[in-house]
Write a protein that binds this ligand. Structure first.
Ligand SMILES: CC(C)c1ccc(C(=O)O)c(O)c1O
Ligand SMILES: [Fe+2]
Length: 297
């Protein structure tokens, strides 16, 4: 069993690199950390050097990365994945530099999502210079697509230390690797992909202020503001360039009594199972079946 200690970053292709960076800073509120690396832009939300990297090229996710504890744990993870039949590739020193990590390995999960395991992700001591005062405090979670959510859970919970916190039928599984209700989610999709990246904000007011800001700037709101019954967080999903969906959320649950927590099963057809406030979906999050019938717009 490989122990993931945190999420690290998402690396994504951007056909219009400047446009993707402009949106991530001026609209989302991330910091552009100028690394002087042509064709690569690093975006920062918290102490991590970056949690999102755009690489000039075809749009779409390149890798989703998780941290393991140390180089010994990474070497063991490499062996374990190979024993389980995965083809694992060690990143070159140059690739590691671009990711601001000490070392990393990459492999494809059973559905074709490219995953990187990293050690020594760089921390920046200075405060985040937010592109806009959106209230972002942290890179909250990443959500992958997979055609079979139960199978994806089996993979993440047997190969790794991920535990199901809650299920939304066979449409989604929310998994924790520490006390936070989920840092990894899997959402049913036709194939592999990145469903969304989540950023936590400091206050409830930030969600609503951001909602107005996004509307004022003609950003496509995909869902929200609403409240997820799973994590209890107030959320807002919106669409950025390159097809990347962002989520702001406030107030995610922490599971502090590990032994007492039992995953719950929410029926996606039941009103309120995604949004306790029963809000409409302006643009469905890829999968219309997630939105209860009658609430679909
Ligand atoms: C609809 C998606 C998969 C979802 C569901 C619930 C939560 C939450 O409880 O916070 C999310 O963050 C989601 O992205
Ligand atoms: Fe989410």
């Amino acid at each position: 069993m490989i122990e993931l200690v945190d999420i690290a970053y998402v690396r994504s292709g951007a056909a219009d690199l400047a446009g993707a960076v402009r949106f991530a800073t001026d609209v989302v509120g991330l910091e552009h950390v100028d690394g002087g690396e042509p064709g690569v832009a690093h975006l920062r939300a918290d102490g991590r050097h970056h949690c999102l990297a755009f690489v000039e090229g075809a749009s779409g996710v390149i890798a989703s990365a998780f941290a393991v504890a140390d180089p010994g744990a990474l070497a063991l993870a490499e062996t374990e994945l190979e024993t389980r039949g995965f083809t694992v590739r060690r990143g070159s020193p140059e690739e590691a530099r671009s990711r601001r990590v000490g070392e990393f390995v990459g492999f494809d999960d059973p559905f074709g999502n490219h995953i990187e395991l990293v050690v020594g992700q760089q921390t920046l001591a200075r405060p985040v210079r937010h592109g806009r005062g959106a209230g972002i405090t942290e890179f909250g979670h990443l959500c992958l697509d997979a055609p079979d959510v139960a199978e994806a859970h089996r993979f993440w919970s047997t190969t790794f230390n991920a535990r199901a916190s809650d299920w939304i039928g066979d449409a989604a599984c929310l998994m924790r690797i520490d006390e936070v209700h989920h840092k990894l989610a899997v959402f049913r999709g036709d194939g592999p992909g990145l469903c969304h990246v989540n950023f936590q904000v400091a206050e409830l007011d930030d969600v609503f202020r951001n909602w107005h800001h996004l509307q004022d700037h003609d950003v496509v709101i995909e869902m929200g503001p609403g409240r997820h019954p799973q994590s209890g967080a107030v959320f807002l999903y919106f669409l950025g360039p390159e097809g990347l969906t962002y989520e702001y959320s406030y107030g995610v649950r922490r599971i502090t009594d590990e032994a007492a927590w039992r995953p719950r099963f929410f029926d996606p057809a039941e009103p309120g199972s995604i949004d306790m406030w029963l809000g409409p979906t302006q643009k469905p999050l890829t999968q219309p079946q997630l939105v209860p019938e009658g609430l679909r717009s």
